[in-house]
Design a protein around this ligand. Structure first.
Ligand code: THU
Length: 133
């Protein structure tokens, strides 16, 4: 089910993602990415992708974002947006959908080119922490 529209300021979150994208280190793919998310307590956390010479172990923007989430006090992500080097909305990769599921849960609002979607729709039938219980 697509999330109901709310009063959330998606433009401000997109601006934060675009600003984060300008810090990307992506000399191998030449594909800079920026991500930004709102936390339940009102914080905004951001990340950019950071590549290295061992191509396969690049850090996605979402990795940095989740690290900043925990460094700054943890909590649950409520809204998420990601952009490419043109500042256009980008969908998170498969691995990063798992990171978002862990830190935002099924109700996380994800900005997509088709509108706002719940995380449960972006990663259906997710494997998550409850499976380990
Ligand atoms: N990338 C991200 O940072 N996040 C995603 O969700 C998709 C992919 C990065 C990884 C790599 O540095 C570049 O984009 C090309 O795949």
């Amino acid at each position: 089910m697509t999330a109901a529209p709310d009063q959330f300021d998606w433009d401000a979150l997109l601006d934060a993602a675009r600003e984060a994208m300008t810090h990307a280190y992506a000399p191998y793919s030449d594909f800079p990415v920026g991500a930004a998310a709102r936390v339940e307590d009102g914080r905004t956390v951001v990340g950019c992708n950071v590549e290295n010479a061992s191509y396969g172990v690049a850090l996605c923007a979402e990795c940095g974002l989740v690290s900043q989430l925990h460094i700054t006090g943890g909590g649950t992500l409520t809204h998420f947006a990601c952009v490419n080097g043109k500042g256009e909305i980008l969908m998170p990769c498969g691995r990063c959908r798992q990171l978002l599921w862990e830190n935002g849960g099924p109700d996380l609002q994800v900005l997509t080119r088709a509108g706002v979607r719940r995380m449960e729709e972006v990663l259906p039938d997710a494997f998550g922490p409850s499976e380990l219980g």
